[in-house]
Design a binder for this molecule. Sequence first.
Ligand code: ITT
Length: 204
Amino acid sequence: MAFQSTKTLILATRNPGKVEEITSILSGLHLTVKSLLDYPNLPEVVEDGQTLEENALKKAREIFRATAVPALSDDTGLEVFYLGMKPGVFSARYAGENVSYADNNRKLLAELKNVPINERRAQFRCVAAFIGKGVERTTHGVCPGRLLDEVRGSGGFGYDPLFVPDGYEETFAQLPGNVKNSISHRAMAFGQMETIIAEYFTHF
Ligand code: ITT
């Protein structure tokens, strides 16, 4: 049977791609990691903030309030230099409400049609938030790269099939998950969170 720590954390997300990545990044903490996928009856958190930080804090605060379990969230955006750093905080709804990742990728490809490779620079920005008893912390991570003019690969999620991180020739959807989890915006933000969470659980 897999080891189950009595120290439990809840990820304030229903995005299975994020759950997999964050669980893997935090595996060294040996905590029991749950997510909203384990709590189907909890209401949706409305992401109406103007910044990644506001949304990340809102998600973690609401889930901590509802469950009393220390909560961890992430709000992430893709910033495209040619598009004035859009879609940013609106990355999930770039092509409209309730759209698929493929719809968003198609819209991005259309916006960048005929834009040469040297003008296709972009970066993922991730803000992680941790809320526990008497504790509210945020950390940040950025991953620079460029956007291709076609989708490549089937791993990862979201904009991964278009995004080639600096120093690599393959997209995040082509690279093995452990590579993404060692260099990504999320790896950077949650890497900093590790010490904050470890310190928290020495008290609780
Ligand atoms: P939660 O709010 O439930 O955590 P979400 O999918 O709505 O999940 P975000 O608002 O943080 O997550 O992310 C906005 C969008 O940005 C998301 O729908 C993806 O399309 C994209 N995205 C986020 N992280 C990504 C990553 O690591 N790689 C590729 N695309 C990503």
